[in-house]
Design a protein around this ligand. Structure first.
Ligand code: GDP
Ligand code: GDP
Length: 438
């Protein structure tokens, strides 16, 4: 099931980052041991009661003049409307209601997306409540008083935010077609690839009614099989500022990856793999999606018999945390290896949903343990009692052991490699949960 996306929109200094950090807590979704993925706090997974969603802070760099505040906010609101399921519109009781708030409220209202209007910095209800009522004038529903800094009112806010989720998730679950996201930095050739695929395949326009999100989803039939392609190319943005473009590209990527089963990470062969490519690939990796690395524009470079080898090595070095990913060399322009791409997509989807019988798994682990003794500490040796697969997408295994502390990362990695030797699992990460049983 794909996670709903919640975006925060608001003027500078109303408390967007404060709210984001309080809600994200320590659960910032960027994994520490994913090299090349910096901890820029643009998105995080947040769990409230039994629901998990992705929170996005659309606010970028601080505009340095009053004139551009409004255009910045419009931009933020557009991104939120495009990518989010629910929008948190944050205002500030101390600054009061200002003109740009009203303009953005108009945009949000027209989008018909669920909007939760919050009034921040209500540190004391007695003192500030009378000023909250003014925000009814925005015409986007009841203003909810909160104090991000003192963590007041956040439970009520989250109840309302999460109450908007359910329907859409259910609709997506009924759709059995594999969902493929094409991601990559600007100009790697995402649109070209989608267009090439559409030009060659019969196209069925997504017939799911309504939301803006579905406008970027495209149904494709290839050899009697159906797929949904999720395009992140999106609107062409004329931003001059590099940081902002990057932020926007990351937000779009997170939104697309969240909704996908399998992610095609495109890399520009004419540039080689870059830090931003690693960041983008990291998003798909940490979310446990099926992954194919597609090196595009393969037609445009001068090659000899070592070129593929050199590219592969460089990519494997930079993306060392995802050795399972398949690397392909394609050209969106000439169509080179596009049939192969579909073959790989099918393989990876199968691997993401592969279930291994418990008996077989335990045989493999018993054999692995016999071949390489488990680690020990202070005379106590790790014992693995039992392994079982508990989930797919990604395949997830629970290992029951005598002492969790003894299950070193390297031994988990060893078990993982043995399982991969037996079943492949190409293109998908595997997740291991270690439980203690005395
Ligand atoms: P952003 O520009 O919208 O991301 O705003 P920030 O999160 O950086 O907050 C701007 C300022 O407002 C900072 O000085 C915060 O400490 C302050 N602030 C944020 N939330 C609250 C709050 O609930 N109460 C009060 N009194 N100040 C807050
Ligand atoms: P996007 O921003 O990722 O959607 O990238 P586009 O699809 O707009 O492509 C950016 C530029 O790269 C365009 O000028 C394309 O013509 C060019 N391009 C895309 N794919 C290929 C390819 O396979 N080979 C070559 N030579 N150029 C390509």
């Amino acid at each position: 099931m794909s996670k709903p996306i919640v975006a925060i929109v608001g003027r500078p200094n109303v408390g967007k980052s404060t709210l984001f950090n309080v809600l994200a807590g320590d659960t910032i979704s960027i994994v520490k041991d994913t090299p090349g993925v910096t901890r820029d706090r643009i998105y995080a997974d947040v769990t409230w009661l039994n629901m998990t969603f992705t929170l996005i802070d659309t606010g970028g760099i601080e505009p340095d003049s009053k004139d551009i505040i409004l255009s910045q906010m419009r931009e933020q609101a557009e991104i939120a409307i495009e990518t989010a399921d629910v929008i948190i519109f944050i205002t500030d009781v101390r600054q009061g209601l200002v003109d740009s708030d009203a303009k953005v409220a108009d945009m949000l209202r027209r989008s018909k997306k669920p909007v939760v209007l919050i009034v921040n910095k209500v540190d004391s209800f007695d003192k500030f409540m009378p000023d909250v009522y003014e925000f009814y004038n925005l015409g986007i529903g009841d203003p909810i008083p909160v104090s991000a800094a003192s963590r007041l009112g956040l439970g009520d806010m989250l109840d309302i935010v999460t109450s908007h989720f359910n329907q859409e998730d259910l609709a997506e679950e009924e759709d059995e077609r594999p969902r493929v996201a094409i991601v990559g930095k600007p100009n790697v050739g995402k649109s070209s690839l989608i267009n090439k695929i559409l030009g060659e395949k019969r196209l069925i326009v997504s017939d799911i009614a309504g939301t803006t999100r579905d406008a970027v989803d495209t149904g494709v039939i290839h050899q009697d099989k159906e797929y949904v392609f999720i395009d992140t190319a999106g609107l062409r943005r004329k931003n001059k500022i590099k940081e902002e473009l990057e932020r926007y590209s990351i937000i779009r990527t997170v939104a697309a990856v969240d909704r996908a089963d399998i992610v095609v990470v495109m890399i520009d062969a004419t540039e080689g793999i870059t830090e931003q490519d690693a960041k983008i690939a990291g998003i798909a990796h940490e979310r446990g999606k099926g992954i194919i690395i597609a090196v595009n524009k393969w037609d445009a470079i001068v090659k000899d018999d070592k070129t593929i080898y050199e590219y592969t090595k460089k990519i494997k070095d930079v993306l060392a945390y995802m050795p399972y990913a398949e690397i392909m060399f394609i050209s969106a322009e000439t169509g080179q290896r596009l049939p192969k791409l579909f073959e790989q997509i099918d393989v990876v989807i199968q691997n993401q949903t592969l279930r291994i019988a418990t008996g077989v798994l335990n045989e493999i682990v018993a054999e692995a343990v016999a071949l390489q003794q488990p680690p020990s500490d202070k005379g106590k040796r790790l014992k693995i009692y039992y392994i079982t697969q508990v989930a797919v997408k990604p395949p997830t295994f629970v290992l029951f052991v005598n002492d969790k502390e003894l299950m070193h990362f390297s031994y988990t990695r060893y078990i993982e490699n043995r399982i991969r030797e037996a079943f492949g699992f190409k293109g998908t990460s595997l997740k291991f949960i270690v439980r203690e049983r005395k």
